[in-house]
Every structure is written in structure tokens, then in C-alpha cells.
Design a protein around this ligand. Structure first.
Ligand code: OOG
Ligand code: MG
Length: 261
């Protein structure tokens, strides 16, 4: 696959996002698509966003829990890029820019020193100024949010769409990061719950893994980055007019109300 083809696929995915149009998965036309080519498509897509005035602010890890791997029928961790325009700042959210959005409970890390290559969890905790709960809204550009393979979802920036961070931020060594109760409520009723160890045995391990995956592509985790460690439970579809709350033990709550329009 040459650089023109990589750019063309990135552009098809970018237009699908902008026009809220579902498309066939890429591997239907390119069954041999490799993971490295998929990451190249992802990077090319981020470049298109940058040209529209957006800015990368971190990364998200995906498929780091068994619940997510089983839900998506995919079996290894992946990463995508988070940008400024994906960050939700208020507590109301309209689905007007979404295709078939889902929401999932996550833990986010604030990284304050560059970290590179093969690192220990302790090194990640040294470089981390804070952790918080986060709601991620994922939205696939592929038909029915189904049947795609790892290269497809990587090319599609790992279904990234939006995310919301909790206002409560704590130092990562203030408590055991692997044993936090997490629950996702819809209109006040718990619909998903798990311990944070569901995320890579400990969410910090997602950041360790991200560093080595970035190193494989000649990249690193820069100071100032936000990292989502991956969902602890399955994602659930977003409904207009409903309210979604993530509660994380020691880390408070974060809520999002979907506008009825
Ligand atoms: C891929 C994105 C996975 C997570 O937290 O596991 C992800 C998908 O589910 O479409 O964000
Ligand atoms: Mg996620």
C-alpha cells in the first residue's frame, strides 16, 4: 500500500466522520491491510484534523478489558489519538455529530514528563501528576458498529469520538489504582459495574503498554498528554434525553446529559 492509498483511506474515514455516514470496513477492499498500515492511516486522519485547526492532546488505549474484547470480538490492545475537539467541556451533549454512539467507563491519566519505550508502572506513576474518572463516547464509522477487524478499527482511530473528564483529580499513589469500584448509571440506575483491575489488571499497565506501542512507531508519550486507559466494562448505546453518570471509588462522579433534540 503506497502513501497515496493511505491518504485516500484516511480521507474516506474523515469524510464519513464529518458527514455522519457509515461506510464499509476497509478490509473488505484491502484484506491484507497490516496493523502498521492501519496506524499510518490513523496518523494521516489526525493530520486532516490538524489542518482543520484541531490539536492532539493525548491517547486512548482500547480493548484493554475482557469485557470490551468480548463485546467487539477482538483480542488485542490498540491505541488512538485524542484531540482537543474531542474533549467535552460542559455537561450537556447533543448527538447531532454522532452516528451510533456508545458510552463507556474509563480512568484517565495526566502525564507530566515525557516517557518513552519500555517503562515500568512505577516510572509511569512518577511521570503522572493525576488520575480521574472519564466517560468516553465511542462512535464507529463502520456499518452497524460491527464486524470490523483490528486494522479497520485502528485506521478509524479506534472509534474515538468524544470524552469527558471528571473534575476530581487525585494523585495516582493516593490509593490502590487496581481496586477501584466503577459504576455506570443511566438515569440513576446502575447498568454496568466493574473493578478497575478489569483494565489491564491495573489501568497503569495500559499506559505502560501504550509507551511500548508508541515506541514501535518511533513515537513517545509527551509531557502534557492525557491518556484514557480503556473501558472497564462493555460500552452501552447513548439515547437522546438520558443522563449518564460514572462513579469511581475515591475519584467522585462525572455526568453527561444527552439533549433531547
Ligand atoms: C474500539 C475502541 C475500544 C476501549 O476503551 O476499549 C475502546 C471499539 O470498541 O470500537 O475505546
Ligand atoms: Mg474507550
Amino acid at each position: 500500500m503506497n502513501s497515496q492509498e493511505i491518504f485516500n483511506i484516511a480521507q474516506i474515514l474523515d469524510i464519513a466522520t464529518l458527514e455522519k455516514r457509515e461506510i464499509e470496513r476497509i478490509t473488505l477492499k484491502y484484506p491484507q491491510l497490516e496493523l502498521s498500515q492501519a496506524y499510518a492511516i490513523q496518523e494521516s486522519g489526525i493530520q486532516l484534523r490538524i489542518e482543520r485547526g484541531d490539536r492532539p492532546i493525548g491517547f486512548k488505549m482500547g480493548l484493554t478489558s475482557l469485557a470490551k474484547r468480548e463485546q467487539m470480538n477482538l483480542d488485542s490492545s490498540i491505541y488512538g489519538v485524542l484531540t482537543q475537539k474531542m474533549k467535552i467541556t460542559g455537561s450537556d451533549f447533543s448527538l447531532s455529530h454522532s452516528i451510533h454512539p456508545r458510552i463507556e467507563p474509563e480512568i484517565a491519566f495526566f502525564i507530566q514528563q515525557d516517557i518513552q519505550g519500555s517503562v515500568t508502572p512505577e516510572r509511569v506513576l512518577d511521570a503522572c501528576s493525576g488520575v480521574c474518572g472519564a466517560l468516553e463516547i465511542i462512535d464507529s464509522r463502520f456499518l452497524h458498529f460491527k464486524y470490523f477487524s483490528l486494522p479497520d478499527v485502528i485506521a478509524d482511530n479506534c472509534s474515538s469520538s468524544y470524552f469527558l473528564l471528571s473534575k476530581t483529580i487525585k494523585k495516582p499513589r493516593d490509593f490502590d489504582l487496581s481496586n477501584l469500584e466503577m459504576s455506570l448509571e443511566v438515569n440513576g440506575s446502575v447498568v454496568q459495574s466493574a473493578l478497575s483491575k478489569e483494565i489491564s489488571q491495573n489501568p497503569v499497565n495500559s499506559v505502560v503498554q501504550l509507551c511500548s506501542m508508541l515506541a514501535e512507531r518511533g513515537a513517545f508519550l509527551a509531557a502534557g498528554s492525557i491518556v484514557l486507559a480503556g473501558a472497564a466494562t462493555q460500552a452501552i448505546p447513548l439515547e437522546k434525553g438520558s443522563a449518564y453518570t460514572l462513579k469511581v471509588q475515591n475519584l467522585g462522579a462525572v455526568s453527561l446529559r444527552i439533549t433531547p433534540d
